[in-house]
Write a protein that binds this ligand. Structure first.
Ligand code: AMP
Length: 293
């Protein structure tokens, strides 16, 4: 067994066996673990999750793993931005205790044939446009939970549908941990931070700021007018994004609790967008709390 590489105090662990031993030992000593799962190429959005983890637990584990099973063959797996050395520096600077960075062959050894799949919430939005995506996500997240044994796992509201699905598998499969959802961190122009923003030219980054501008304006309109004009509000968002050169995958308003159509019992609306600017598929969302009558 190789010993974990240490960058000052931070450990970099790449095998499942070592990670599990470390986590078991940590928990035996009475310390709590918070896991921040990422695909690397870290930015301020990821760092905000790490800060939240620090508030909750004694030991922070950041996983860095570009999970091949959540990419379709025609997606950007090969070109997905990777920046491991810089990620390590950032993590160390922000007090991360362990980076868990396994190779693909470690996570999907040999004849891997067991999958975790959620079958309701993943039928819409990104699940519809990216068949198989959430099965890859839920499988790798379940594996990460079993490997790192966290008390808390921190995810971003940026991936709103993913957050709901992870909460659901945690409940339905009885993982003994708490899921924490952290707010969206944005660029100064409002664009939600994303590793994929690196694909964008300066002009496209500016044009893509229309997404959040429109979501915010729609949220204000919904708060004033209620859901009566929801269809025209959604159409207005699409129109404005197209006018800036975005190619719409979806713009949808759904019940934020169950991702079903808005109904009289809806209390919170999820307004969610997926759109392509240049080579980048960008997602963003806002939550609208409807006034109680
Ligand atoms: P990724 O590396 O893109 O898979 O993201 C890892 C985690 O960071 C996920 O839980 C994301 O929701 C979260 N995340 C990504 N971008 C942001 C952001 N701009 N604000 C907050 N959380 C984010």
């Amino acid at each position: 067994m190789t010993t974990p590489t240490a960058v000052r105090d931070m450990k970099i662990i790449s095998t499942i066996k070592q990670m599990q031993s470390y986590s078991m030992e940590t928990k035996r000593s009475g310390q709590r673990i918070a896991l921040v799962p990422t695909m690397g190429s870290l930015h301020e959005g990821h760092l905000s999750l790490i800060k939240r983890a620090r508030e909750l637990a004694d030991i922070i584990v950041v996983s860095i793993f570009v999970n091949p099973t959540q990419f379709a063959p025609d997606e950007d797996l090969i070109n997905y931005p990777r920046n491991f050395d810089y990620d390590c520096e950032l993590c160390e600077k922000h007090g991360v205790d362990v980076i868990f960075a396994p190779p693909v062959s470690e996570m999907y050894a040999g004849n891997h044939s067991v999958w975790v799949s959620e079958e309701q919430l993943s039928q819409t939005l990104c699940g519809r446009s990216r068949p198989g995506h959430f099965r890859g996500v839920t499988t790798v997240v379940a594996k990460l939970f079993n490997i790192t044994l966290p008390n808390y796992a921190i995810f971003g509201q940026k991936d709103a549908q993913q957050a709901l699905i992870i909460k659901k598998i945690t409940r339905d499969l009885n993982f003994p941990l708490e899921i924490i959802i952290s707010p969206i961190i944005r660029e100064p122009n409002g664009l939600a931070m994303s590793s994929r923003n690196r694909y964008l030219s300066r002009d496209a980054k500016q044009a893509a700021s229309v997404i959040y501008r429109e979501l915010k304006a729609a949220k204000d309109r919904l708060k004033i007018n209620g859901v009566n004009k929801i269809d025209s509000i959604v159409e207005g968002i699409s129109h404005a994004i197209r006018a800036e050169g975005g190619i719409i995958d979806y713009v949808k308003a759904l019940d934020a609790d169950n991702l079903k159509a808005i109904s009289p019992s809806t209390q919170i609306i999820l307004l969610a967008v997926a759109v392509k600017f240049e080579k980048a598929r960008l997602i963003d969302n806002v939550l609208v709390y409807l006034p109680t009558t």
